[in-house]
Design a protein around this ligand. Structure first.
Ligand code: GDP
Length: 296
């Protein structure tokens, strides 16, 4: 279960605070030292941890204690608020086109869950009454097109493909014309991934971006890869300019570092989280709920 270790540690730290009548600066300093360690162990980016702890400390020491809360609860509230802010504050929505179709471009490394997430996202939009089209632009991995077609069949959502002989820019352009003709108000473009970031991949993605001008570029990263996920997000953001991130595999045994660091490091919010292999396991990301979950 994700965050189990972190939640347990934080609860232990807060238990010590709860027992006290009044909290001194020394208590806060001690608690912050432990929180710092717990976050670092959870693979949260070092600088993010440092800034976070400083902010909490600043707010927690010398704060006027609300009548309804004990000083210990007050510190927990500050930690909760700051954690929520760290992850973007409020839920971030997808940019929609003023003139349909909305074009969502999915990018990410191989194995991150990009193709699965494309299907899951299309399903969410369909449930909202939209008419999504899935577009197969990963022409390098032979199984990718087939995988998207199988997903489309399961979800009863059409898949636009031109096989693997055309270049992805032409496929994406043709898909947009098709979407317009067929009355699709939204298209989700599944692009190629690689095992590692390389220049050829980035150039291709830039080329697709320039040519189809997506309203939303979403990076899919695997939460299990911890700080690597954050580094990948930084690199993709620098080259492409992301609008948001989908963090997958949060149902696994992840320590939580990526969820807590992505927004602070890249400036781009997590918009959805993948919570399992099933096609209904994609949820909008709510920073405050995630903070509650992490704090246990
Ligand atoms: P791609 O190479 O990025 O397109 O990755 P895929 O979509 O093929 O996904 C790779 C593997 O991760 C597949 O076995 C998916 O079922 C699995 N996967 C994707 N998202 C999640 C998730 O949120 N949780 C879990 N447990 N598995 C996921």
């Amino acid at each position: 279960m994700a965050f189990e270790g972190l939640a347990e540690k934080l609860q232990g730290i807060f238990k010590n605070l709860r027992g006290k009548g009044k909290i001194s600066e020394k208590d806060v300093t001690e608690a912050m030292r432990e929180i710092r360690m717990a976050l670092l162990e959870a693979d949260v980016n070092y600088k993010v941890v440092k800034d976070f702890v400083n902010r909490v400390k600043e707010r927690a020491v010398g704060v006027e204690v609300l009548e309804s809360l004990t000083p210990g609860q007050q510190v927990i509230k500050v930690v909760h608020d700051e954690m929520t802010q760290l992850m973007g504050g409020t839920q971030s929505k997808i940019n929609l086109a003023s003139k349909p179709p909305t074009i969502v471009m999915m990018v990410g490394l191989q194995g991150s869950g990009k193709t699965t997430s494309s299907g899951k996202l299309a399903r969410l939009f369909k449930k909202q009454g939209r008419r999504p089209l899935l577009v197969a632009c990963d022409i390098y991995r032979p199984a990718a097109i087939k995988q998207l077609q199988v997903l489309g069949e399961q979800l009863e959502i059409p898949v636009f493909s031109m096989g693997d002989k055309q270049n992805p820019v032409d496929i994406a352009k043709a898909a947009r014309a098709y979407a317009e003709n067929q009355g699709h108000d939204l298209m989700i473009v599944d692009t190629a991934g690689r095992l590692h970031i390389d220049d050829a991949l980035m150039s291709e993605l830039e080329n697709i971006k320039t040519n189809i001008r997506p309203h939303e570029i979403l990076l899919v990263v695997d939460a299990m890869t911890g700080q690597d996920a954050v580094n990948v997000a930084e690199t993709f953001n620098a080259r492409l300019g992301l609008d948001g991130v989908i963090l997958t595999k949060l149902d696994g045994d992840t320590r939580g570092g990526a969820a807590l660091s992505v927004k602070a490091v890249t400036g781009k919010p997590i918009k959805f989280v993948g919570m399992g292999e099933k096609l209904d396991a994609l949820e909008p990301f709510y920073p405050d709920r995630m903070a509650s979950r992490i704090l246990g």
